[in-house]
Design a protein around this ligand. Structure first.
Ligand code: NAD
Length: 277
């Protein structure tokens, strides 16, 4: 049950399975991350917006693991897209984490109208962080195809990843396909739709067939599609359960059955990136 490392377009690698800390209270974060690291997770997904970067850093240090053994992602908060603001925000991310680099740093949302929708100058600022080594890899989050096309036309570095909402109710195929064609890995956020898909009769049926839990079935579906996932839970049993994904497979028919649950835009649980500002 080993987590595969996937190659990014810049030559770095990322563990395909990680642990997400959105909506974990700062007071609970160090314990939750510490537990995940004990179970074997080696990839933590946080963000300035989540307010728990300091506790993530604390848990990594307390784990006794070398810094190089844990892949840490953080994200630029909305409202800091101007280059000067982005530089300051990135410095405060590193100082909260008490780390001298992050493995991956993302623009959290494209923000189509705020700061004139100029995420290109923001992206060029992230390119600086990569050049000076403080962000080993850089990427984006919640970018739609036109946003990615604009970066391709106006910037030099291709994002290593695009972190978007993906789960069986929103398979997000067009954005994933663009990524596949342009060497941008898809990271699937809310991979189990915050729990919403776990009672779906098809998922429950597959779970019974393969003798796994609904969460494991859905996470395994993501893994077989090649996406990166970092489910969130503070329940120890679930954190362990979500880690056991690499000792079973879903056949093609089952994969298609799950993909067939797609509800398109109606399946979105979070904001539409074209509107969220
Ligand atoms: P998720 O799909 O991981 O669901 C988490 C919830 O599902 C938990 O709170 C729990 O209630 C339930 N759950 C987890 N494991 C379970 C299990 N085994 N059995 C039953 N229920 C279980 O949702 P999420 O936290 O929104 O997404 C995961 C991560 O994605 C976040 O922590 C964050 O790192 C990232 N994320 C990023 C963005 C973005 O805009 N970039 C947005 C949302 C989330």
């Amino acid at each position: 049950n080993t987590v595969p490392d996937i190659s990014l377009n810049d030559g770095n690698t990322i563990p395909q399975l990680g642990f997400g800390v959105y909506q974990i209270e700062p007071k609970d974060t160090a314990e939750a991350v510490g537990r995940a690291l004990e179970i074997g997770y080696r990839h933590i997904d946080t963000a300035e917006m989540y307010g728990n970067e300091a506790e993530v850093g604390e848990a990594v240090r307390a784990s006794g693991l070398d810094r190089g053994e844990v892949f840490v992602t953080s994200k630029l908060n909305n409202g800091f897209h101007r280059p000067q603001d982005a530089r300051r925000a990135f410095e405060s991310t590193l100082s909260a984490l008490k780390m001298d680099y992050v493995d991956l740093f993302l623009i959290h949302w494209p923000l189509p109208t705020r700061y004139d929708g100029d995420f290109v100058s923001t992206w060029k600022t992230l390119e600086e962080f990569q050049r000076d080594g403080r962000a080993r890899s850089i990427g984006v989050s919640n970018f739609q195809v036109p946003h990615l096309e604009r970066l391709a036309a106006e910037a030099d570095v291709v994002p290593a990843v695009n972190q978007i909402e993906v789960h069986p109710y929103l398979t997000n195929e067009q954005v994933r396909a663009y990524g596949g064609e342009h060497n941008i890995l898809t990271e699937a956020w809310s991979p189990i739709a915050q729990g919403l898909v776990l009672d779906d009769p098809t998922i429950v049926d597959v779970a019974e067939q393969v003798g796994r839990t609904p969460a494991q079935v859905v996470l395994r579906w993501h893994v077989q599609r090649g996406d990166i996932v970092f489910p969130k839970s503070t329940t120890p049993k679930r954190v362990e359960e979500n880690f056991q994904l690499f000792d079973f497979t879903l056949d093609d028919t089952t994969m298609e059955r799950i993909s067939g649950l797609d509800r398109g835009e109606a399946g979105r649980t979070g904001p539409n990136p074209d509107e969220f500002d």
